[in-house]
Design a protein around this ligand. Structure first.
Ligand code: AMP
Ligand code: ZN
Length: 110
């Protein structure tokens, strides 16, 4: 989609060092990390929001890529969080998954 930064990265219009790339999925470090590991895993197709995510084979691929990066980053037992902002909470309207770690246990609300 025109004027979408993640589409431009997917189309190699903007150079980016990928952590992972195939035909359908790409991953690269967040430009503004909130932890030592903060990687975005992104379907290349322009999907506006999680509620528009219908392609189950791409969903499966996203799962595989996240699992691969969790292992590569040795986060399996160091704590991690997978975050999808949606419904207007997102800044970029191209579906992406944040993988963030290492992290301690989330503290439950009182
Ligand atoms: P969200 O609020 O879920 O839409 O998050 C968008 C994320 O994309 C933010 O954490 C930004 O720091 C990140 N971001 C924006 N532009 C880039 C870029 N060119 N390369 C890497 N990360 C980016
Ligand atoms: Zn896009």
């Amino acid at each position: 989609m025109k004027d979408c930064i993640f589409c431009k990265i997917a189309g190699h219009e903007i150079p980016k060092e990928f952590s992972y790339e195939d035909m359908d999925v790409m991953a690269f470090p967040d430009i503004n990390p909130i932890s030592s590991v903060h990687i975005l895993i992104i379907p290349k197709e322009h999907i506006k929001d999680f509620m528009d995510f219908r392609n189950s084979s791409v969903l499966e691929k996203v799962k595989d890529v996240i699992q691969k990066i969790v292992k590569e980053q040795k986060l399996e037992d160091r704590g991690y969080r997978i975050v999808v902002n949606g419904g207007g909470a997102q800044v970029i309207d191209h579906l992406h998954f944040h993988l963030i770690g290492p992290l301690g246990k989330a503290v439950p609300m009182e």
